[in-house]
Write a protein that binds this ligand. Structure first.
Ligand code: APR
Ligand code: PHB
Length: 389
C-alpha cells in the first residue's frame, strides 16, 4: 500500500488531519486499532473554542454542530456566596460551543466513510519505521490478520497518550517530557435531567471543586473533585447529588437531579513531550500533550495542532518546501505551553489542596478575576481560545 501521509489513530486529531489534507488534494490512510463503535462511544469533554468551530465548518463537517451544538457566551465562576458571570462577547468578542467530542468524532467518521480516504479500524501491531528518511513506512496487521506495509512520504502520530509514536520521537531526538500530576481527580456523571443553569458553573468550595456542564437541553454533565484513589463504589448517586448541591449551593438556586447514566473517575495531569517531530514523523494531539480538563483545552489543542500540521504537510508535499515542517514543533509548542499554563492556572485556582493559606490565596485570586475587567479579559481570551496564527 502507498499513500502520501500515513495517519496513526482515528481520534479527533487524526480524523481532522485526514479531512484537512483531503481538501488540499493530499492522500492519506488512517489506521486505528479500535473498532468504530468503541471510538464513537468514548465519552470526553464537550467545549469547542471559536477557532475549533470555524475549522470544523471550513472542513465541511459543521452541519450537525450548527443544528445541535449550543453556543455559549460565558461561564459562571463561583465561591461561597458569589456566582459571577463572565460575558465573553463583551470581554473578548468570542464565544464557545457545547458539543460533545464523541459527536465531533461521529461527524468526522461519517464524512470520511462517505467520500474520504481509507480509514481502517481494528488494525494491530502498528509500527512506523525509517521515519528519519524521506521514505517512512508503517508496518501493521489488518483486521483480517494479514501483515501489511504502508509506504508514505510522512507519518502523523495522532495515536493519543498510549500510542506508539511518541516513544519513537523521544528516542530519536533525545527529547524531553514535562509533567505534573495533581493530587486530586474528577468524578464525572452524565444524568438525564435538564441543566439547572444557563451557563457552565465552575465552583470553588471548602469541600472541593464542583462543576455543572451539559450535553443537551435534557442531559447534564457534572463533576466533583475527589481523591485520585477514590473508589467509585463509595459514591452512590445520592451521595454525588448531595455533594454537588452542597458545593454549588447559592441562595435561591436549586440543583435538579435525575437518573445517572454514566459515572467514572478521571485522573488529572499535565504532560508535554518535546519536540513534536522526528524526521518525517509528526506528533499531534494527546500523543504529545495532556492538559487537565478544567480549562476544556484538550480537544481544542488537538485541532490547533493538526491545523498547523496540515498546512505544513501541504507545503512539503505539494511545493517541496520544508520551512513549515521545520518550524511545526516550535509553533505548535508555543500554543501547547499557553494552554498548559491556562489549564494549570484554572485547575490550581479551583481545587482544594494544601493548607488554609493556599485557600486564602485561591479566594483572593477568584475575587480578583471576578472584579477586575483586565483579569476577567485574560480568562475570557484564553477560555474562548486565542486566534490561530
Ligand atoms: N495504533 C493505531 N491506533 C492507535 C494506537 C496504535 N498503536 N494507539 C492508540 N490509537 C488510537 C486510539 O484508539 C484513539 O482512537 O489513536 C486514537 C487517539 O485518539 P485520542 O486519544 O482521542 O487523541 P486525539 O485525537 O489526540 O484527541 C485529543 O482531546 O479532549 C481531549 O483527551 C481528549 O482524546 C481527546 C483529545
Ligand atoms: C464537559 O462538558 O465535559 C466539560 C466542560 C468544561 C470543562 C470540562 C469538561 O472545563
Amino acid at each position: 500500500m502507498r499513500t502520501q501521509v500515513g495517519i496513526i489513530g482515528a481520534g479527533p486529531a487524526g480524523l481532522l488531519l485526514s479531512r484537512l489534507l483531503q481538501l488540499q488534494g493530499i492522500d492519506t490512510v488512517v489506521l486505528e486499532n479500535r473498532s468504530r463503535g468503541y471510538v464513537e462511544a468514548r465519552i470526553r469533554a464537550g467545549i469547542l473554542e471559536q477557532h475549533t468551530v470555524d475549522t470544523l465548518r471550513a472542513a465541511g463537517v459543521g452541519a450537525r454542530l450548527d443544528r445541535e451544538g449550543m453556543q455559549h457566551g460565558g461561564i459562571h465562576l463561583q465561591y461561597p456566596g458569589t456566582r459571577h458571570t463572565f460575558d465573553f462577547p463583551e470581554l473578548c468578542g468570542r464565544t464557545v460551543w457545547i458539543y460533545g467530542q464523541s459527536e465531533v468524532v461521529k461527524d468526522l467518521i461519517a464524512a470520511q466513510l462517505e467520500d474520504g480516504p481509507p480509514l481502517l479500524f481494528e488494525v494491530s501491531d502498528v509500527r512506523p519505521v525509517d521515519v528519519d528518511t524521506d521514505h517512512p513506512r508503517i508496518h501493521f496487521t489488518d483486521a483480517e490478520g494479514n501483515a501489511q506495509v504502508l509506504e508514505c512520504d510522512a507519518v502523523a502520530g495522532t495515536d493519543g497518550f498510549h500510542g506508539v509514536s511518541r516513544p519513537l520521537v523521544t528516542a530519536g531526538t533525545g527529547g524531553r517530557v514535562w509533567e505534573r500530576t495533581y493530587p486530586y481527580a474528577w468524578l464525572g456523571i452524565l444524568a438525564d435531567v435538564a441543566p439547572s443553569t444557563d451557563e457552565l458553573i465552575y465552583a470553588w468550595h471548602p469541600d472541593g471543586f464542583a462543576m455543572h456542564s451539559m450535553r443537551s437541553p435534557s442531559v447534564s454533565r457534572l463533576y466533583l473533585q475527589v481523591r485520585p484513589d477514590e473508589e467509585i463504589e463509595d459514591w452512590p448517586d445520592d451521595r454525588i447529588w448531595e455533594a454537588l448541591a452542597t458545593r454549588m449551593a447559592l441562595p435561591g438556586w436549586t440543583l435538579e437531579t435525575g437518573p445517572v447514566t454514566e459515572k467514572s473517575v478521571l485522573p488529572m495531569r499535565s504532560f508535554v513531550s518535546t519536540p513534536m517531530r522526528y524526521g518525517r514523523l509528526f506528533l499531534a494531539g494527546d500523543a504529545a500533550h495532556i492538559v487537565p480538563p478544567t480549562g476544556a483545552k484538550g480537544l481544542n489543542l488537538a485541532v490547533a495542532d493538526v491545523t498547523l500540521l496540515a498546512t505544513a504537510l501541504v507545503r512539503l508535499l505539494a511545493e517541496q518546501r520544508t520551512d513549515l515542517v521545520d518550524s511545526y514543533s516550535d509553533r505548535a509548542l508555543a500554543r501547547v505551553w499557553r494552554c498548559t499554563h491556562f489549564s494549570w492556572w484554572m485547575t490550581s485556582m479551583l481545587h482544594r489542596s494544601g493548607d488554609d493559606f493556599d485557600a486564602q490565596l485561591q479566594l483572593s485570586q477568584l475575587r480578583r478575576v471576578c472584579s477586575s475587567e483586565a483579569a476577567a479579559r485574560e480568562l475570557a481570551e484564553n477560555y474562548t481560545g486565542l486566534p490561530l496564527e
